[in-house]
Design a protein around this ligand. Sequence first.
Ligand SMILES: [Zn+2]
Length: 76
Amino acid sequence: MNCHELIDFCFDYIEGALPEPEQVGFRRHLSQCPDCVCFFETYRKTPELTREALATKIPSSVRESIRSFLLARRNG
Ligand SMILES: [Zn+2]
């Protein structure tokens, strides 16, 4: 799993809707990627309406992925 996939999956993970194999990959990526730990911890604590503000607080390495994720969710 890469950073983009983790961001795509984090909503389902929080909701408990992620299949077990993806959950394993999700946790494995978190154990290896401090940027995604930072994102995920913040995301989990952030109300839906203010999640878009996360894009200003996260490392630039994942910022574009998160922005496209949020746009896709809003449009989908
Ligand atoms: Zn990552």
